[in-house]
Ligand binder design. Sequence first.
Ligand code: ADP
Length: 204
Amino acid sequence: MTLVIGLTGGIASGKSTVANMCKEQGITVIDADMESRDVVEPGEKAYDQIIEHFGKGILLADGTINRAKLGEIIFNNKEERMVLNGIVHPAVRERMNAKKEAAAARNEAILIMDIPLLFESKLTNLVDRSLLVYVDETTQLKRLMERNQYSEQEAISRIQSQMPLKEKRILSDRVIDNSGTPEQTRVQLYRILKEWGFEEKKED
Ligand code: ADP
């Protein structure tokens, strides 16, 4: 049995950092954002369905979907957003499930699904456990400004457009506090993974 862990966080909370630590341990990490980009590539069923509904006007010159334009259409239109989600979400779920089956066939003890909107998109039914990468607000703001070269105002408005990490804490099975050093984060991660049945790779 492969235990599926839903890894989530908020912008610049350190989710990618933790996902990389898992990969270094040889753990399979499925990236939901990457999968959702892949399912709308030409040749995919979702690609055809999107054109059928939204028209060829949402294509770029090279035939790929203009994600920015599609984003604009659905941003202020709940019905269109639901149509798009109804096309993309099942396709993503199918792909993630296939990868999960493959990991299970390889007898991997655990599998990470990196899902930024695990709670917002109500995807917790895809996973056995949820793991939140948390940071305090001051650290989140500072790291986001540094990483993206945002002004304080730009960073604040991006943080505020998301579900607060304090709320996600309540919804998560376990929380890693990434406000400290990467080493402190690694210690917390390994402890939780061990609890969930994963044996850490030893240096030799
Ligand atoms: P997310 O994937 O959640 O958006 P990242 O993993 O990219 O966040 O981390 C945000 C930024 O903070 C990156 O620039 C990263 O290098 C830095 N960072 C992450 N964790 C730590 C840490 N524990 N100490 C210092 N910097 C960190």
